[in-house]
Design a protein around this ligand. Structure first.
Ligand code: NAP
Length: 447
């Protein structure tokens, strides 16, 4: 038997477990997660109104219900939890699929002002992440600035623009739904530091902004045309060309009479967040110009955009794991085909997959080949890994050490509690959003 611990139950962890059990009938996998709930960013990152992507949970569920896979939730690995070295003793191999747990910083004055949040803080709030510090995002907000033009920026802009009718059928926590329903945001600015052809969003996500009820989208054609490819997109790759075509369709004034307006802005890089009455009041941007090599240079000209809410959506960042090497510049664990490298040499029995391996890029499906590569390395190493006898069932050992994992039945109890909560509110399933409710549902002490 080959016993493998997969740390993290998001897409990369689940695809790793799936690939392991599919490829080798001797493998048994424990998928550990610090949260009592599985699915990682599929549960806590994919926007609630993206039901189709959310439905990927069904695929991931089938993996975690496989007879040779166990879900062990509520088990942190590292400080205050199970040390990485202990996991190595309990399993033949450990695959870290912990994603990129924090966000990139802008490093500009005013970033910490009240009213300035990372997009991930906002996403965590409306996704019911139990660590969310949330609340108060929308109080007194008429104008919001989203910094960055990736898919997360599109997600948060869209959620800000959506009405209660569209959000109410989702599993969004009730407090977030109520706050969004009362929102008075009318002006949304999504701002990129480079040109339209260099934006990171994908066309499907971008196009959706144009379908939101009572919401207009506009692009200033003169500003966008600083990017020569906006006027002549013929030399662009197909995905870039599709983006530019959608953006060109929004050139000029939007249809009159809409309640909210999304302005897509380009060639503006954030310089400072300006305070008004003790909180953010505007973002000062420096106008940039293309440098002809895909980058931009500053022009020394500045523009202030009013904002009582600023969402910094400039990408995720991996964090170091205690006991594992870390490449601070890339925010990833150094590896060779998924095998962790310590000072350039392969560390036997330690692997990575997903964002902690390759950085926070790509869509969910990108994790499949990424996990496959890691699993191929692991199974090739299996003969040397299984040389070592293990102390017995790792779950029994963890329990003896005081760890009380939330097992699959506990997670199913959380799902039932969320269905009951939804029914009591006249909605579909509604997520539980705090540790206490999740753990008491999992342990059956919620009455
Ligand atoms: P991202 O795609 O890397 O986009 C980050 C954006 O922030 C870029 O526009 C980048 O501009 C900008 N940026 C970075 N540093 C900046 C700075 N200092 N000042 C101003 N702008 C800055 O990151 P993301 O949106 O967080 O998405 C992460 C991954 O998740 C992506 O692969 C994305 O496709 C995926 N995702 C997919 C979906 C979906 O499929 N529906 C939804 C959400 C996320 P530059 O290009 O100039 O660096």
């Amino acid at each position: 038997m080959l016993r493998v611990a997969v740390v993290g139950s998001g897409p990369s962890g689940c695809y790793t477990a799936q690939s392991l059990v599919q490829q080798d009938a001797r493998v048994r996998v424990d998928v550990l997660d610090r949260l009592p709930c599985p699915y990682g960013l599929v549960r806590y990152g994919v926007a609630p109104d993206h039901e189709k992507i959310k439905s990927l949970q069904h695929t991931l569920r089938a993996v975690l219900e496989h007879e040779r896979v166990r879900f062990l939730g509520g088990v942190p690995v590292g400080p205050g939890g199970v040390p990485a070295a202990r996991l190595r003793e309990l399993y033949h191999a450990v695959v870290y699929c912990v994603g990129a747990a924090t966000d990139r910083r802008l490093g500009i004055p005013g970033e910490e002002l009240p009213g300035s949040w990372s997009a991930t803080e906002f996403v965590s709030w409306y996704s019911a992440h139990p660590d969310s510090v949330g609340g108060g995002f929308l109080r007194g907000v008429r104008s919001a600035v989203v910094i960055g033009v990736g898919n997360v920026a599109v997600d948060v802009t869209r959620v800000l623009a959506r009405g209660v009718t569209e959000l109410s059928p989702t599993d969004m926590p009730h407090a977030a739904l109520t706050a969004l329903a009362a929102s008075e945001v009318t002006d949304l600015h999504m701002v990129g530091r480079r040109g339209p052809s260099q934006a990171r969003f994908t066309t499907k996500e971008l196009r959706e902004l144009g379908t939101l009820p009572d919401t207009g989208v506009t692009v200033d054609p003169a500003e966008a045309a600083r990017d020569p490819a906006f006027t002549d997109p013929s030399a662009l790759s197909a995905p870039q060309r599709r983006n530019v075509e959608v953006l060109r369709g929004w050139s000029g004034a939007p249809a009159p009479g809409v309640r909210r307006l999304i302005r897509l802005r380009f060639f503006l890089r954030p310089a400072e967040l300006i305070a008004r009455e003790g909180r953010v009041g505007a973002v000062r941007f420096e106008r940039t110009a293309p440098d002809g090599r895909g980058g931009v240079t500053g022009t020394g000209l500045f523009e202030d955009i009013e904002a009582q809410l600023v969402l910094r959506s400039v990408g995720y960042r991996g964090v170091p794991l205690e006991g594992l090497p870390f490449d601070a510049a890339a925010g990833t664990v150094p590896h060779r085909a998924g095998r962790v490298l310590r000072e350039g040499a392969v560390a036997p029995g330690e692997y990575v997959a997903g964002w902690i391996k390759r950085g926070p890029t790509g869509v969910i499906g990108t994790n499949r080949p990424c996990a496959k590569e890691t699993v191929a390395s692991l199974l090739r190493d299996a003969p040397s890994l299984t040389d070592r006898a293990l102390p017995g069932d790792p779950l029994a050992a963890l329990r003896a050490e005081g760890v009380e994992p939330v097992e699959w039945e506990g997670w199913q109890a959380i799902e039932r509690a969320e269905a009951r909560l939804g029914a009591s509110l006249g909605r579909n399933t509604v997520k539980l959003s705090d540790w206490e409710s999740l753990l008491s549902a999992a342990r059956g002490t919620d009455g």
